[in-house]
Ligand binder design. Structure first.
Ligand code: SER
Length: 595
């Protein structure tokens, strides 16, 4: 049996043997990317480098990255879907391309010293071509050269073999690798194109040579890159001859713990087993989100809202297993134990994780009790109804006023011989959602940090702003968040009280003076310690690579930052602070525009 720790180590070692530098994975909360709530693929933190920025660690990189995807939440619990997973990735930034990428993937998968998978159980797909890019005969020829029979290579359309993280950004054709899940050996000629159900994707090699600028325009990137993503959980399952990701070491440990707290023995009842898997998945994801260096708390918008939904869904399923009280903390301890080696931040933030989970759990249990109580009060009247129907309006009232989930209303109603007018509830619910979630919804759609000229200017202005704030307010000012769109910058920083109008005026003046001075913006690559010693501002708690980029703006500002930035501050225009407000306890927020 191979464990997740062993697979991570093997992957890094293999690519190190091919001269790749190991870089640390990054936060789950993307910096400077208003279009996504979470890091959803290993490539997200590397986007600036895929677009052409030099990476301080070089052109060949290898890493593992924690990711969260909630788009498939309804499929969680089936054999291959998780909301939190890890991607192992090797990267070429304008270095090697299709030939080496394919040869090395094959060597790692089938090599006796590496994963030693049976070549007869592997198949691949390549891009069949369309108006954007030609049929990828080149990749197919490299697979043939590696020894993959022609019958195991499927040419598929863009829906399968074109990878883009979002509506804009780096993209390109990909070649995907699948493992046979069926019994025995796959029949001759079987591949993903002919038998979709029995082939499970384990690795995706994207050949990123394009940048989608907008809906109509696809331009060639300055360099040809490789972005690969191997699903850690799926690959372990395959290596161990398991057919579900929930059978691997990490999830088995969590599932055993769920058995301990519930007394339910896994395998006895398919419906309850599903609840166990959902709880296992959601607890891991919630633990990772809270335990991230940029940890999030449950809330009503954005990432906090997703977190709240995950926790509440886990609690709801726990009740199906007969768990009554707080249990998430006990499970989170198991998650922390399983992952702290690979993600030390989980152990560092252990107390915060336990506190947040306990608080949200208690809040939700209270909601449930209140809802049940209200239902009991409604019951005598409901039972008088000859058709034994509860109106959707009443069910919605329970949801809207008390936060009581419809699933529980349905259960309570059924227990009392009632049915609920679901259509009426759904209609009321839909209306409510349209109103209240419009803002959060957009954030699920994916997409990448925009790298246009205007956002680059805002990025540079943010550095000037941070330095000006330090000068006016003091050295306690530290960046707590940054979010840039083409319309404005938003900067969160630690400061205990509202700024006075004079302070705001002064900060704005200083930034505009530095713009007027037309300072040169320069970049150098330094070892992290040296960068810090040189006085460069760095984010506390952020994981940096061993070598980092330091951006200097004349004699005014020096920050560790991935870039990109404009070349001179004179390009920024006029800097205007529009708003200063509270962001959270001890954190202030400034919104500013360039005109
Ligand atoms: N970006 C690709 C993916 O997410 C490969 O890493 O599948």
């Amino acid at each position: 049996m191979i464990t997740s720790t062993q697979l991570r180590a093997k992957f890094l070692a293999f690519f190190q043997s091919k001269q790749h530098a190991v870089i640390p994975g990054k936060s789950l909360i993307p910096e400077n990317d208003p279009t996504v709530l979470f890091t959803t693929a290993g490539m997200h933190p590397l986007v600036p480098y895929l677009l052409g920025e030099p990476h301080p660690a070089g052109k060949r990189l290898v890493d593992y990255q924690k990711c969260v995807r909630t788009g498939d939440i309804d499929e969680v619990g089936d054999p291959s879907h998780l909301t939190c997973f890890e991607m192992l990735g090797n990267w070429s930034l304008g270095d090697y391309f299709k030939k080496e990428s394919i040869a090395w993937s094959w060597e790692f998968l089938t090599g006796r010293d590496w994963l030693n998978l049976d070549p007869a159980k592997l198949s691949v797909t390549v891009f069949e071509g369309d108006a954007n890019a030609p049929r990828d005969e080149e990749s197919a020829s490299h697979w043939l050269a590696a020894g993959v029979p022609a019958g195991r290579i499927a040419f598929l359309p863009a829906g399968d073999n074109w990878w883009a993280a979002g509506p804009t950004g780096p993209c390109g054709p990909d070649t995907e690798i699948f493992y046979w899940l069926g019994a025995g050996l796959p029949p001759a000629g079987s591949n993903k194109g002919s038998d979709s159900a029995n082939w499970m994707e384990i690795w995706n090699n994207v050949f990123m040579e394009y940048n989608r600028v907008d809906e109509k325009n696809l331009v060639k990137l300055p360099k040809q890159n490789v972005d690969t993503g191997m699903g850690l959980e799926r690959t372990i399952a395959v290596l161990n001859g398991q057919t579900s990701v929930y059978q691997i070491d990490i999830y088995q440990a969590i599932i055993t713990a769920i058995g301990r707290v519930s007394g339910y023995s896994y395998g006895a009842d398919p419906t309850k087993d599903m609840s166990v898997r959902i709880i296992a998945d959601h607890t891991r994801t919630a633990t990772f989100i809270i335990g991230d260096p940029k940890g999030v708390s449950p809330g009503n918008i954005g990432a906090g809202y997703v977190l709240r939904r995950l926790i509440r869904r886990a609690v709801r399923h726990s009740r199906k297993l007969g768990i009554e009280g707080g249990f998430l903390g006990q499970l989170a301890e198991v998650v922390i134990g399983q992952f702290a080696g690979a993600y030390p931040e989980l152990a560092e933030n252990r107390q915060r994780i336990l506190d947040e989970l306990a608080r949200e759990e208690a809040k939700f249990l209270e909601t449930l009790q209140k809802g049940e109580h209200e239902f009991e009060k409604m019951l005598p009247n409901l039972l008088k109804n000859p058709q034994k129907i509860m109106s959707g309006r009443l069910a919605f009232k329970l949801y809207d006023t008390y936060g009581f989930p419809i699933e529980l209303t349905l259960e309570l109603a059924a227990e009392n011989g009632l049915t609920v007018n679901r259509a009426e509830f759904d209609e009321a619910f839909k209306k409510h959602q349209e109103l209240s979630r419009a803002s959060t919804e957009g954030s699920f759609k994916g997409g990448l940090a925009e790298q246009s000229e205007i956002t680059t200017r805002y990025h540079t202005a943010t550095h000037l702003l941070q330095q000006a704030l330090k000068m006016v307010l003091g050295d306690h000012v530290a960046q707590k968040g940054s979010n840039i769109t083409a319309e404005r910058l938003r900067f969160d920083f630690s400061h205990p009280e509202p700024m006075t109008p004079e302070q705001l005026q002064r900060v704005q003046e200083i930034v505009n003076q530095q713009i007027a001075r037309d300072l040169p913006v320069t970049m150098e690559i330094l070892p992290l310690e040296q960068a810090k010693a040189s006085g460069a501002t760095a984010l506390f708690g952020e994981k940096y690579d061993a070598l980092v980029k330091v951006y200097t703006m004349g004699d005014f500002s020096k920050e560790v930052c991935g870039g990109p930035h404009v070349e001179r501050t004179g390009l920024l225009g006029k800097f205007i602070i529009q708003k200063e407000q509270s962001s959270s306890a001890g954190v202030r927020r400034i919104k500013a525009v360039l005109e």
